[in-house]
Design a protein. Structure first.
Length: 215
């Protein structure tokens, strides 16, 4: 059983040394994201038994809640899925940056700046942006999707009308910079950052999925 002070990597590495090739995570979205953030690079298969509230990822993976997940795991339909990497740690679903003044560099080729206005930014892998039920993504396509949405703050008149819609950028690497520390939510875990270096680990995760998966 993990606590806020437990390093899940140490626990799983110990089981791998004993011969484990599959690890089943029991919990909710937060549990799954926290464990995979530190262990997605291990050469093992991950299963998931969702319990409690906040289990959006289980629905996407096609895993029913509680004991009904057990026969799904026993059928062992394994899919290799992409994982995101941010500042050296993995993420599964998305990165959310609330309204901020930032510069976003995409694939080292171009930059998007929020000069004079605040924008919300989400970099998505397994889930689409939090402000929309649409845009659920395919986590096997070798791309991340960056959603940039003006919030209206810092804009007026013509600019409010012109920049009222979000833009979407498919990327493999990104750098997000801010002059001041900003709130960043990685799979719903919050930290304060001034720079985010983001990349994609293609088909890094081996996950047991159900036939009702959404990709």
């Amino acid at each position: 059983r993990i606590t806020s002070f437990t390093n899940p990597r140490m626990l799983i590495e110990e089981e791998v040394r004993r011969g484990a090739t599959t690890v089943v995570i029991v919990g909710n979205d937060e549990t799954l994201g926290r464990v995979l953030a530190r262990t997605a690079d291990l050469q093992i298969t991950f299963g998931f038994i969702p319990v409690g509230p906040q289990n959006t990822l289980a629905h996407v993976l096609g895993i029913p809640a509680g004991v009904e997940a057990v026969p799904v795991l026993s059928r062992r339909t394994v899919e290799k899925i992409d994982a995101g990497v941010v500042n050296g740690k993995f993420f599964l679903s998305r990165i959310s940056i609330p309204e901020s003044n930032v510069v976003v560099e995409c694939d080292g080729r171009y930059a998007v700046a929020s000069e004079g206005m605040k924008v919300a930014v989400e970099i998505c892998n397994l889930l689409g942006p939090s402000w929309s039920e649409e845009g659920r993504l395919h986590p096997q396509d070798g791309m991340l999707e960056a959603y940039i949405r003006p919030t209206g703050k810092g804009m007026s008149g013509f600019f409010r009308r012109t920049f009222s819609r979000e833009s979407v950028f498919p990327v493999r690497t990104m750098v997000v910079r801010s002059r001041e520390p900003i709130a960043v939510y990685v799979d719903d875990r919050m930290s304060k950052e001034t720079i985010l270096e983001i990349s994609l680990a293609r088909k890094r995760l081996k996950m047991i999925t159900g036939k009702e998966r959404k990709f």
